[in-house]
Design a protein around this ligand. Structure first.
Ligand code: NDP
Length: 434
């Protein structure tokens, strides 16, 4: 990414990259420590760090262990094998700026289902107790932390010496290259897509596996499962199941089609996602709130409704693009803009921009139900501590920034057509407000 392509001013970009590279790895450990050893209290962790300084952080940072390594390797190899060998429909991704079209095997739903059934069966038949994962979570996160940094370094080297497709290149700045990545579609061999592995299989499936782990741990610890944990887990699993239902659609989104494979995406999906995204459940293990039937059902219905609306937004856009605008949107023919653009190889192409349905409310309205869904799977923790809400706040910041980044990218790509879209649909995320 050249400086001229950066969305934020260069100084801001470099400072935020360096901050994230240095702050986020210890932050993951502190998130685990606060939930598991500091009663979910940020204040308690803060006071501990104030009194003990850097040495205090080193003391609580679990060392990578053989058990943690084994768990990660078994899980990683299992997911890689499922990705390679489970059958799935052939799906084409979007054409990249250099005119390359990636091809995938859509077997995510099968991999996710097989993983959950295998995990529950191992527990049920007494072969492997998931509480081991919770009991070694600190070591697992620590091992993942270091291992994923090495993984990103290897990706960086691969991008230089053996890129998989035409969509690669260096910005000329080593930190930018490491952080944002060198390749858009890195693969091992012809078929093993690294971003599908890191983002969808290792990352997203862990988001289904860990809440189940937390439920089992709470059940073994207290002899029962609280309704708050149950509601949290159901909404999360509905969300993750929705993701796999729509996984081929995800291959058309910014994460896959625009963001390269570097620290930002790959480290994020290998370490940050399993820890931070599952943190409300991690908190609930030792804080079993009882909501009562009425409140529990209200939260459940609201959460599932938000997941559904988010899904329907994505579905509407993809159905519209797939049928070339020949579909119904909210029961009517869609309103649209035919936008042309030029690829980096100089070819002129056209895309359709949907301007009705959810996409007529705001240009990124789909982020609203996404954020609300995360609120509803966090709120079962009620309000004794702030930490279960960290993910909601983080997601809000991430998606508002993403909306800005996507707008800038689309403005550069579509020029006057994007301006026309902004005139027709003036709000970026929240209709009437922003
Ligand atoms: P989007 O699905 O919003 O895709 C953005 C792209 O869609 C644009 O770059 C543009 O690409 C195209 N587009 C924009 N406007 C229109 C339009 N009006 N009509 C047709 N196409 C349009 O990408 P995201 O990756 O941001 O979101 C995908 C899903 O993932 C969402 O549900 C989101 O909530 C979720 N998500 C979750 C995150 C999490 O951490 N929990 C993080 C990020 C996303 P083109 O170049 O093809 O025109």
């Amino acid at each position: 990414m050249a400086e001229s392509q950066l969305v934020h001013p260069p100084l801001f970009t470099y400072v935020s990259m360096l901050t994230l590279l240095t702050i986020v790895p210890p932050f993951v450990i502190l998130m685990w420590y606060t939930n598991v050893h500091a009663d979910g209290s940020i204040l308690q962790t803060f006071n501990y760090l104030r009194e003990n300084g850097l040495q205090g952080l080193i003391n609580i940072w679990p060392r990578p262990t053989a058990v943690a390594g084994k768990i990660i390797i078994c899980y990683g190899l299992f997911e890689a094998a499922l990705q390679l060998w489970l059958p799935g429909k052939r799906v084409e991704g979007p054409i990249s700026p250099t005119g390359h079209r990636p091809v995938y095997k859509a077997n995510g739903m099968a991999a996710y289902t097989v993983t959950l059934i295998t995990y529950l069966s191992l527990w049920w038949f007494g072969i492997f107790n998931p509480t081991i994962v919770y009991d070694h979570l600190g070591e697992i996160l620590s091992t993942l932390n270091f291992g994923s940094l090495i993984f990103c370094l290897l990706l960086y080297i691969k991008g230089h010496v053996a890129p998989s497709s035409t969509d690669h290149g260096s910005s000329g700045n080593i930190i930018v290259d490491f952080y944002w990545g060198m390749e858009l579609y890195p693969r091992i061999g012809k078929d093993f897509d690294i971003k599908v592995f890191t983002n969808c299989r290792f990352g997203m499936i862990s988001w289904g596996v860990l809440p189940i782990t937390y439920c089992i741990k709470q059940y073994e610890e207290y002899g029962s499962l609280s309704d708050s944990m149950l509601i949290h887990t159901i909404i999360t699993l509905v969300y993750v199941t929705k993701f796999f239902w729509w996984e081929a659609g995800y291959w058309n989104t910014m994460d896959i089609a625009h963001d390269r494979a570097g620290f930002y995406i790959c480290w994020g999906c290998l370490v940050f996602l399993p820890c931070i995204y599952t943190s409300p459940g991690m908190y609930l293990v030792k804080h079993p709130v009882n909501l009562g039937l009425q409140l529990a059902i209200s939260i459940l219905v609201a959460g599932i409704l938000c997941v559904y609306i988010n899904y329907d937004c994505d579905r509407q856009r993809q159905e519209f693009r797939r049928t070339n605008g020949k579909c119904f949107v909210w029961g009517k023919a869609p309103s649209k803009i035919v936008a042309s653009y030029t690829t980096t190889t100089g070819e002129t192409k056209t895309s359709l921009l949907l301007t009705s349905g959810w996409w007529g409310l705001a240009r990124h309205f789909h982020y609203v139900p996404e954020i609300l869904a995360s609120f509803f799977w966090s709120v079962p923790a009620l309000f004794n501590h702030f930490i279960p809400y960290f993910y909601v706040i983080y997601l809000t910041v991430l998606l508002l920034d993403r909306a800005k980044r996507d707008d800038e990218r689309c403005k550069a790509k579509y020029g006057k057509y994007w301006k026309l879209y902004c005139e027709k649909v003036p709000y970026r995320v929240i209709p009437g407000i922003y």
